[in-house]
Design a protein. Structure first.
Ligand SMILES: [Mn+2]
Ligand SMILES: [Mn+2]
Ligand SMILES: [Mn+2]
Ligand SMILES: [Mn+2]
Lengths: 239, 239
DNA sequence: TAAGATGATTAGGCTATACTAATTCGATAA
DNA sequence: TTATCGAATTAGTATAGCCTAATCATCTTA
């Protein structure tokens, strides 16, 4: 078959969709996604990434600077955000309508995101009342491809004394998620930073309004992304 | 990599899963599924089927008699029924919980059946109350791999005068399904055969209890599979 | 500034799945 | 009983993904 006659815009394969998502996450802060980081996140060998990168840049989904890394083009970014929308709507639907807990949804959504039709995604979004956040607090991109960019501080960096709303939990690891849920540390919770031990020590917080203390080690604290709340306090209701 | 060290039981690919399903449907009545019929149903070229048939028989999923066709082994049959269970539960879930109509579910389920986990399938089955039939009236295999074998007559062959319950609609074509639904011809409906024109002519039925007449051409009548109902009449309630 | 170390790429191969063109088998019909 | 025809198979090729081993580029450090 003549290459010129081949479909100019074939649908993306599931591999390509996953590559675009991880490139989005790795280059989100404006930088380049490195080959080895992409390889690690997708659990493939670095040469596999080099090969895929060649194809993706030929099709105009990414920009490749050899030995530096890659970034998404506008087209690639649109495709990535479409996948992220699907993934997060699926996660929320599975928790809200099918009894999944937030530690178990990720793996299921990782598969389903490639199989659902646009129609099904939008039907689930409707059934959920067009939600803005997934079960982990991550913002759901709109169908038009816009995504909320919140300025959040990690609990590991938040100064003592601050009152915070926990907004996002930055892991998909189900053991960590289950532990955090057991501690009552889920998106939407209010807390104040009561102290922090030196030398990368744990952070102690007090839940609001109960006042219950929680001691959070640095590894987990780095995963807890928070929004500062005015101390007089109706920030959560205003969200 | 040494072939002997490769995974002895790799998960089935989506292609393999679809081949097994169509072989099941084509060889259901005990016969052999022909290469060209498999090719037509999967919309691939016959040599592609020959190649796949070789691999599937090497892995013990089918039995191949060259130039005759193929049949499923016990293992292949189990795999096929597992896919059919997934497909039918998905179809029913999409219609019952997400507002799909019965003409639109098939294509969606055809993709999702390969992506859902066993856990998700069983959660959907629970949410549906462990249903026995899909939206088209087809029986849903159990998780253990058993399937109801009903003796049904096609409306095209049913003798005049008989009282019938419409049980299954044997097509996935959405135009035909929409038309039939518009005529009130959906699984569970009761009807009596009032007359049939000769020379492959249409069959006229009366809906029960309304008595409304419906004239059904031979092509559609052949798709309507019915169960005979005792004339005194509580068959439907006993189902 | 030259050597390592580290990370990226190229070279070469493998499997799954499809295709077209050529060939072969088997059933039917002269 | 053989010629023929349609179905099935084989031969050969392509693409998407992945791999390991070898090479190459860039950054760091002595
Ligand atoms: Mn995925
Ligand atoms: Mn999430
Ligand atoms: Mn179906
Ligand atoms: Mn399918």
């Amino acid at each position: 078959m003549n290459a010129l006659l081949r479909d100019a815009n074939p649908p993306l394969t599931r591999s390509v969709e996953d590559y675009l998502k991880v490139i989005y996450h790795l280059s989100n802060q404006g930088g380049f996604a490195a080959t080895s980081d992409i390889a690690a996140m997708l659990d493939v060998a670095p040469p596999s990434v080099s090969g895929m990168v060649k194809r993706l840049s030929e099709t105009g989904l990414i920009e490749h600077v050899p030995y530096r890394g890659v970034q998404l083009t506008a087209q690639g970014r649109r495709a990535a955000l479409r996948m992220i929308r699907r993934h997060r709507i699926l996660e929320l639907y599975l928790t809200q309508h099918l009894g999944y807990d937030w530690g178990g949804v990720h793996a299921e959504a990782e598969q389903l995101e490639h199989a659902v039709s646009d129609e099904l995604v939008e039907r689930m979004a409707s059934a959920l009342g067009h939600p803005l956040y997934d079960p982990h607090g991550d913002p759901i991109p709109t169908a038009a491809g816009e995504i909320e960019e919140a300025e959040l501080v990690s609990l590991a960096d938040a100064p003592v004394g601050l009152k915070l709303e926990l907004r996002q939990v930055g892991t998909q690891d189900s053991a960590r998620l289950h532990y955090l849920a057991g501690q009552g540390l889920t998106p939407g919770v209010l807390l104040t930073v009561s102290e922090r031990q030196p030398f990368n020590g744990p952070t102690t917080v007090a839940l609001v309004p109960s006042g219950d203390p929680r001691v959070v080690g640095r590894e987990l604290a780095q995963l807890l992304w928070c929004r500062e709340v005015p101390v007089d306090g109706y920030g959560a209701a205003a969200r």
